[in-house]
Write a protein that binds this ligand. Sequence first.
Ligand code: NI
Length: 137
Amino acid sequence: MIYVTRRERFSAAHRLFRDEWTDDKNLEIFDKCSYPNWHGHNYVMYVTVKGDLNPETGFVVNIKRLSKIIKEKIIVKLDHRNLNIDVDFLKGKMASTENLAIGIWEELEPTITALGIHLHCVKIEETENNFVEYFGN
Ligand code: NI
């Protein structure tokens, strides 16, 4: 089993807050991510797939094809968007990096499985110091 990772980047706005909480409590829990007038992050995403080598190509997956799938299924929905408002797979969820990773997994998994390989990990860096990894459960 060989693992292959594609990196993609997107920039998006979001706000973490709960309506029923006071501004002070939102600030305490969500810090700068609770600021009322939105803010953005330059997210970095790593999509790792795994599978056996195709003996004809020596590849697990054609990385150009994987990149095209990620762009069409994910990047067009996220890049320069508002995660709280614009993204169908985040509707009704907190726009956290954790929910982003889970949502991206669910969006990608069927298409990647249809290629005869497996999705292994979706990793999202919100900042250079904070990142989330989701392995499907
Ligand atoms: Ni934030």
